[in-house]
Design a protein. Structure first.
Lengths: 238, 139
């Protein structure tokens, strides 16, 4: 999506000034739109989140350890009909602490097959001595966690004990200026947001609230183009 | 010197005006909501949202050229379009009674249309647009 500025340039004497003025305005709009565009951030509470401390701990192992553990996880998973990923998720999501009750192996009160699989998996991990091994792992320093998360494309900021992972930035990066181009006596330049979902951020959808960033930026500097037009008219003796 | 009242009274006046149209009010089964409709709302519903509200100060007065996105979401495209027509009829070129401010103009400046699929796999149509409301306040 894009918003376009059109200005009539009647004489060549002021044309260059108009080009420059439009470029400055467009860059101002771009700057403001970038600062207004939301960045997706999340609190790393779930194991599926890349910046989750448990998962970071998982990545923190040495390569040899990781290979050995991955093989072991795959073998244990096979015993209870789970994939290596499901086994890793069981560790990362804290299942080893939650599904310790042996009665859950039949799926709990509701007979949930997912609960049964998780509980069987945890029991298999405990039998292999892996739960104890994981529990012995010492805490990792906060800055190390942030470093590891950064390697996976996630910025983590710590404020006290609360970590916030910034997993976005695509929308901001996609905002750009299409340089002013002259066609006859019309100069046209645009500020674009190329992210395919930009429209759904700028305007509301049936399930999400609008987080406008492009139109407010355009409106904030709309006065600049009016001033520019007035100045051109004055220079032309109008 | 009076303090600027901002966009809050404008939003109030906008909703008041939308609710004053009995056909529109009865047609919007799911109600009128700011930003997003709560889970479980019944289609069709209307969502309004402040899109922009820059404040332009002059000598002794303040002008707010604010833009509000007003979108009707419904299962039926024709129904949503008809309700949007009623929204335009209600808001376009009318004087809003904004507390402490004078309405300079109210116009639909941009049309919006979208089609989406909800969690149940059924289509949802969003028809609406951006209404620009210019109000002025003496400071």
């Amino acid at each position: 999506m894009a918003y376009t500025l059109n200005r009539s340039a009647a004489t060549n004497l002021v044309a260059r000034r108009v080009d420059l003025g439009i470029d400055i305005t467009l860059n101002r709009i771009k700057g403001l739109a970038k600062s207004l565009a939301p960045v997706r951030k999340t609190k790393p509470t779930g194991g599926r989140n890349r910046a989750d401390p448990a998962e970071v701990r998982f990545y923190r192992r040495t390569t040899r350890e990781r290979v050995e553990t991955t093989q072991a996880l795959g073998e244990i998973g096979q015993q209870v009909g789970a994939t290596a990923q499901q086994t890793a998720d069981a560790i990362n999501m804290g299942d080893t602490r939650k599904y310790t009750d042996t009665r859950l192996a039949t799926g709990g009160k509701k007979g949930n097959p997912d609960t049964a699989r998780r509980a069987r998996l945890v029991k298999a991990l405990a039998d292999a001595g892996l739960v104890a091994k994981l529990a012995r792992r010492g805490p990792v320093r906060a800055d190390t966690k942030a470093d590891v998360a950064r390697l996976h494309g996630v910025r983590v900021e710590f404020e006290g004990n609360v970590a916030t992972a910034f997993v976005g930035g695509t929308l901001r990066k996609s905002i750009r200026v299409v340089n002013a181009r002259r066609t006859g006596n019309v100069i046209r330049g645009s500020v674009r947001a190329d992210a395919p979902y930009a429209k759904y951020v700028e305007f509301p959808t049936h399930r999400t609230k609008a987080q406008p960033f492009l139109l407010p930026a355009f409106k904030a500097y709309a006065g600049d183009s009016t001033k520019l037009a007035k100045e051109i008219r004055r220079q032309q003796g109008g | 010197m009076t303090a600027p009242t901002g966009t809050a009274p404008i939003a109030r006046a906008l909703v008041q005006l939308l609710r004053s149209n009995p056909t529109l009010k009865s047609g919007l089964t799911g109600g009128i909501h700011e930003g997003v409709a709560p889970l479980g709302s019944v289609f069709p519903w209307l969502v309004y949202n402040l899109q922009y509200g820059p404040m332009e100060y002059g000598w002794g007065d303040l002008t707010i050229p604010s833009g509000y996105t007003v979108v009707v979401f419904g299962r039926d495209q024709v129904e949503a379009r008809n309700l949007d027509g009623l929204v335009v009829e209600t808001l376009h070129d009318v004087e809003l009674s904004v507390e402490g401010q004078t309405t300079l103009f109210s116009r639909r400046i941009l049309d919006l249309s979208s089609a989406d699929v909800d969690d149940e796999g059924q289509k949802v149509y969003g028809i609406g647009g951006v209404h620009e409301l210019w109000t002025s306040q003496t400071l």
